[in-house]
Design a protein around this ligand. Structure first.
Ligand code: GN1
Ligand code: MG
Length: 354
């Protein structure tokens, strides 16, 4: 994307700033995200929402705005300076809409960049793991009284195991012989894990574990820290929807406790870090203990295992389908991501005994 085009899109929003330059923030697998630098701070984050993946972009943006507004009301007691660093701020377009739709059909939204913040692809130490847990617990606590049923389900069945297995079965019908052969071990692994991987889904269906607002993409790179490694807030609210607590806890553990990045190909480097797990869980429970039932707490370790599995399954399925969903940098990228997740799951299993 060139500067002139981004400048034009940026100017469709009401922000009172002047475009200076841009930088692509390329860590996401779905949307296109740009840091917009201005002549005078603040900077902004301009994002093209992938409407091939998200069928209802206006609904998605309404979700983000409503959740941020709710958090804002909850954090009124903080100083204005703190609020600016802990609450996401979205901008309206010059015509008062929450998103801009270009001639070519793309959807764009604009957010204020939180200055002097850092993100991590992997956790560098126990304190960061603790802060990650605390911040997630805080997000879930702040949104606990938000009526989840009013949110748009931006991707139906997003973390639903039966749905993900049915997509996997579909993929097996169309996969090339070459890819089937290369993925054989992992196809078998997925087929053998079926019963165990449905345990949480059944507890959700029976109502034994209740639905609440969940973030649904709680990887550690979606947590903003300040320069002193104190947690500020969760970013990337695209998949905020109703869910169970295990989705968010598990998906966060998936990246916070992996000693390597999600697509590390040297599997010897991929281990489940038990110290980070304990630190993360401590931070998480500090905020959440009062609002979790004994059953929810009991199933946290299995939640972590299940979420590592389901993302592995999605990477594998996308590989079998020929890479139609996640952005890839080379042909085996999705298979490498899947192998990484399954290695992590095995290591978690050994260390947590689930
Ligand atoms: C995708 O694009 P990004 O990085 O925000 C995916 C998540 C996966 C994640 C794996 C809408 O998130 O579910 O956990 O990749 N988001 C969607 O890194 O599918
Ligand atoms: Mg995301």
């Amino acid at each position: 994307m060139e500067a002139e085009r981004l400048n034009f899109i940026f100017d469709q929003f009401e922000h009172g700033s002047q475009f200076d330059s841009f930088k692509e923030l390329a860590s996401g697998h779905i949307n296109d995200t740009y840091l917009i630098k201005t002549k005078k701070k603040p900077y902004y984050v301009l994002q093209r929402i992938n409407h091939g993946v998200f069928p209802d972009v206006p609904g998605l943006i309404e979700n983000k705005v409503a959740i941020s507004q709710h958090i804002k009301e909850k954090l009124q007691h903080l100083s204005k300076k703190k609020q600016k660093r802990r609450i996401l701020k979205f901008f309206k377009t010059n015509t008062g809409a929450s998103f801009y739709r270009g001639n070519e059909g793309n959807y764009w939204n604009l957010m204020q960049f939180i200055d002097k913040s850092v993100t991590h692809m992997t956790v560098p130490n126990k304190d960061v793991a603790y802060e990650g847990g605390r911040l997630l617990g805080q997000f879930l606590t702040l949104t606990n009284d938000f009526d989840a049923s009013t949110l748009t389900e931006v991707i139906p069945n997003f973390h639903d195991m039966s749905f993900r297995y049915s997509e996997f079965d579909e993929a097996l019908k169309i996969v090339s012989d070459e890819r089937r052969e290369r993925a054989k071990l992992y196809i078998d692994l997925v087929q053998n894990a079926k019963d165990e991987m449905h345990i949480l889904g059944r507890l959700k269906e029976s109502g034994e574990i209740k639905m609440r607002v969940t973030h649904n993409d709680t990887k550690i790179s979606n947590v903003l820290f300040n320069k002193k490694e104190k947690g500020l807030c969760l970013i990337d609210l695209d998949t905020v929807m109703p869910g169970i607590v295990h989705y968010d806890f598990g998906d966060a553990i998936r990246t916070s406790c992996n000693t390597a990045a999600e697509d590390e190909t040297n599997l010897d480097l991929v281990e489940f870090n038990l110290d980070y797990y304990n630190a993360f869980t401590k931070g998480f429970l500090k905020k959440m203990k009062k609002s979790l039932t004994p059953l929810e707490i009991k199933y946290l370790p299995l939640g972590a295992k299940t979420m590592i599995f389901i993302i592995g399954l999605r990477f594998l399925t996308d590989y079998l389908k020929g890479d139609i969903y996640f952005k890839v940098k080379y042909p085996e990228h999705n298979l490498d991501r899947a192998k990484n997740q399954f290695k992590l799951m095995q290591s978690l299993s050994e260390k947590l005994g689930v």
